[in-house]
Design a protein around this ligand. Structure first.
Ligand SMILES: NC(=O)c1ccc[n+]([C@@H]2O[C@H](COP(=O)([O-])OP(=O)(O)OC[C@H]3O[C@@H](n4cnc5c(N)ncnc54)[C@H](OP(=O)(O)O)[C@@H]3O)[C@@H](O)[C@H]2O)c1
Length: 256
């Protein structure tokens, strides 16, 4: 199936490793023109080189940016528009549990990263998304722990808020031809990620966890999340907006 993403200008946040990197790879394979951001310059450059090697001719630029800093977010959007003359798709992937000894710091940090930063990026991108031929698209990466109980409280609550924010924007922006959707991964393992680390440290505990919690019988892979993201971002998903798609091997227990 042609996802009609060739030549589209796509921003992916948190693209230097894990799920974000797999999302960038999936868009590169579709011929999209990429703007990738993360805070760490080295990982980001390694990712750019890997994409360029795997997809000769791919247009990939990187921006060292912290999505929680307003000026960095603006720079990321501007970089996409000035390099490619457009911004057609925004993928808000950067996210995490912010941990800190002080309660306010942990909660404020988690809210800023998982809710405020994607919202701000959406607002910055909006005028460009509204001009995208055939309509712009936003895909926000939440978690099954935004749909049901699980994970640290500040993660659980802010990922739920991210889903609510996305739904509200989806309904508001539909009239301007911008589709906003969410992807909710279950436990996704990769080298250097938190589940990848736990698999190495406690393989037996992880085997019990999988048996108890994941009907699919294994951890998910980043590229399985990426496949859902490129689909939702593509014109092929033209009638899908305001949805949250689980990619979790049946891990989520929620009926909705
Ligand atoms: N892995 C899972 O099992 C899982 C499950 C459900 C949902 N998710 C969600 O999926 C997304 C990606 O998860 P992941 O496991 O791939 O994460 P990860 O391995 O921690 O990678 C996060 C990426 O985001 C970047 N990043 C972190 N904070 C940033 C910031 N403030 N500004 C810009 N970039 C930032 C990181 O690079 P730098 O550190 O260099 O900035 C890195 O490229 C997150 O939203 C996460 O909540 C993951």
């Amino acid at each position: 199936m042609d996802l009609q993403l060739s030549g589209r200008s796509v921003v992916v946040t948190g693209a230097s490793r894990g799920i974000g990197r797999a999302i960038a790879e999936a868009f590169a394979a579709e011929g999209a023109r990429l703007t990738l951001c993360a805070r760490g310059a080295e990982d980001l450059e390694r990712t750019r080189e890997a994409l360029a090697a795997a997809h000769p001719g791919a247009e990939v630029q990187t921006v060292v940016a912290d999505v929680t800093a307003e000026a960095d977010a603006a720079r990321t959007v501007e970089a996409a528009v000035s390099a490619y003359g457009a911004l057609d798709v925004l993928v808000n992937n950067a996210g995490a549990t912010v941990r800190a000894a002080a309660l306010d710091e942990a909660w404020r940090g988690s809210f800023e990263l998982n809710v405020l930063a994607p919202t701000r990026l959406m607002e910055l991108a909006k005028p460009h998304l509204a001009r995208a031929p055939g309509g712009g698209a936003v895909v926000n990466i939440s978690s099954i722990y935004g749909r049901e109980s699980g994970g640290p409280p500040q993660y659980n609550a802010t990922k739920a808020a991210q889903i609510a924010m996305s739904k509200a924007y989806a309904l508001q922006w539909a009239a301007q031809g911008i589709r906003v959707n969410n992807v909710a991964p279950g436990s996704i393992a990769f080298e250097g990620g938190s589940w990848g680390r736990r698999l190495k440290e406690d393989p037996e505990g992880m085997a019990r966890f999988i048996e108890r919690d994941i009907p699919g019988g294994r951890f998910g892979r980043p590229e399985e999340v990426a496949a859902a993201v490129v689909f939702l971002a593509s014109p092929v998903a033209s009638w899908i907006l305001g949805t949250t798609l689980n990619v979790d091997g049946g891990q989520s227990r929620s009926n909705i």
